[in-house]
Design a protein around this ligand. Structure first.
Ligand code: ADP
Ligand code: GLC
Length: 476
């Protein structure tokens, strides 16, 4: 039995802003089947504290970055959780990363340093008679963990997973004292990054092994375009960097049993869901493909490209139902476009049940991202027979088989990819899409291929186990 401590800032079903939460909620369960026991260390945000029910106090801290804190053990949805209850850091209105206006909390560095410091304490002293063999951090919020592990004298290896390198968690060097970091290691081979403290860099420098969430993104990260300043350190550590594609929770995303939809097992079952979805979004009948998009609305996701290319889809009878929230400028631009086009309907907000209905009722899931470490919605789409139309990048390149003449001839295509990632190429992809959609026989064959593609965690969980074995020296 291998014992691993996940250090992570979100975890489904308790708290989620994006795919990181899905991974933190599903991978531990998949690893359990491979003799790995995972405990997930998670901040006790106000909304998390409301949901966890019965807990067991397992440690106390008199002063954790400005206040007293407790560590609470509990089990939720089959996950073994360690909740860091530190009200001065986490008991707030607003979102988990910022206030109601969308601005980051000014003390985010301390808020997540507290999580990392607690992880280091657990690595040394254990909790509840349980000491991890491995500490596994995710994204910059867990990045300072190896620094505190050095200070605490922890011996366990640290594995670091990059879900999105765009977020560095940088703060000014004046926070060295407040964060309790050793000034002697404020150097470029530890956590110094262009004169600042970088939590992400600390994680990359201190990790025994680094991985990211798809093979293509692992290669992209080594280039200046995608590495966003971290490509140098990643190239220096190239032999320790790997890509492991994410899976999805096959129980939560199963068209045959999904309680949010009219369940189905073959593409024909989508018709009733499509009708219901059109009604929900106030869209009329049309012979073109009904596209859906579910996303955070940020620069990364290529929403501006979509707005430019959309007329090409609508002119060919296509429709788009979009659900998302984020950048207020993108929200306004989408709502304005929806006023102009009767076949575009936009809902601003976050709605888990509706996202399932969209996967069931759509013909096509759009993911026009400028970069995408893995992406999960195209995987949901595959399972629901909702064919992905995606940018050729990161995990979108690795999980979708483009409907090229060769793939169509071999009957293996599952979607459409476009490149370069421009509005013009997306427009061209919409033309290909509407042509393909009108060829009903080919479309149905692609749907059947898509629904058969394995998109669960099985293969990838084994690869994480292999990393654990290699850092512990227990592999064969
Ligand atoms: P990222 O992590 O970059 O946001 P992913 O595709 O990996 O992208 O994961 C996004 C997750 O968040 C998916 O589970 C998606 O369904 C969900 N999601 C994003 N926006 C919304 C929304 N507005 N309503 C419901 N679910 C959403
Ligand atoms: C990040 C990435 C996304 C990935 C998710 C889970 O948020 O943007 O591509 O699927 O993490 O790893």
């Amino acid at each position: 039995m291998t014992k691993a401590l996940f250090v992570v800032s979100e975890c489904a079903p308790l708290v989620k802003t994006g795919g990181l939460a899905d991974v933190a909620g599903a991978l531990p369960l998949a690893l359990a089947a491979h003799d790995v026991q995972v405990r997930v260390l998670l901040p006790g945000y106000r909304n998390v504290m409301k949901q966890i029910g019965k807990t067991k106090p397992v440690a106390t801290f008199d002063d954790l970055f400005g206040g007293a804190a407790k560590l609470l053990a509990c089990t939720v949805a089959g996950l073994d959780l360690l909740i860091l209850d530190a009200p001065h850091l986490y008991d707030r209105d607003g979102s988990i990363y910022g206030d109601a206006t969308g601005a980051d909390w000014p003390d985010n560095a301390e808020r997540f340093a507290a999580l990392c410091k607690t992880a280091a304490a657990i690595a040394v002293d254990g909790v509840d008679g349980w000491t991890p063999d491995i500490v596994h951090g995710h994204d910059w919020q867990a990045g300072l963990t190896p620094e505190y592990m050095i200070d605490a004298g922890a011996k366990a290896p640290f594995v670091f997973t990059i879900h999105n390198i765009a977020f560095h968690g940088n703060v000014g060097a004046d926070k060295l004292g407040a964060l309790g970091l050793d000034p002697a290691r404020f150097t470029s081979d530890h956590f110094e990054f262009w004169g600042q403290i970088s939590a992400l860099k600390a994680g990359l420098a201190g990790a025994t092994k680094i991985n990211t969430v798809s093979q293509t993104y692992a290669e992209e990260l080594l280039t200046p375009e995608f590495g966003i300043g971290m490509d140098g350190i990643l190239r220096a550590r190239q032999s320790d960097v790997s890509g492991i594609v994410n899976g999805i929770d096959l129980a939560a995303w199963d068209p045959a049993t999904d309680p949010n939809i009219k369940p189905y097992q073959t593409p024909a079952g989508k018709t009733a869901n499509k009708k219901a979805l059109r009604k929900t979004f106030g869209l009329g009948a049309s012979n073109g493909p009904l596209c859906v998009l579910v996303s955070r609305l940020t620069e990364q996701k290529g929403i501006d490209l979509l707005l430019d290319a959309l007329p090409a889809l609508l002119a060919r009878g296509g429709q788009l139902a979009l659900l998302g929230s984020g950048d207020p400028r993108l929200e306004v631009a989408l709502l304005e476009a929806a006023d102009r086009h009767e076949n575009l309907s936009v809902k601003i907000g976050y709605d888990e049940a509706l996202s399932h209905q969209m996967m069931a009722g759509g013909d096509v899931i759009l993911v026009p991202s400028r970069f995408e470490p893995c992406g999960l919605t195209q995987l949901y789409g595959l399972r629901y027979g909702t064919l992905p139309l995606v940018a050729l990048t990161g995990g979108l390149a690795d999980t979708v088989i483009n409907a090229s003449p060769a793939a169509l001839a071999r009957r293996v295509a599952t979607g459409i990819q476009f490149f370069p990632i421009t509005a013009q190429a997306l427009e061209n992809a919409f033309v290909r899409l509407t042509d393909l959609f009108s060829d009903k026989k080919t479309w149905k064959a692609m749907q059947s291929n898509a629904m058969k593609q394995p998109v669960g965690w099985e293969t990838s969980a084994v690869r994480y186990k292999d990393i654990y074995d290699s850092v512990l020296g227990t592999g064969q």
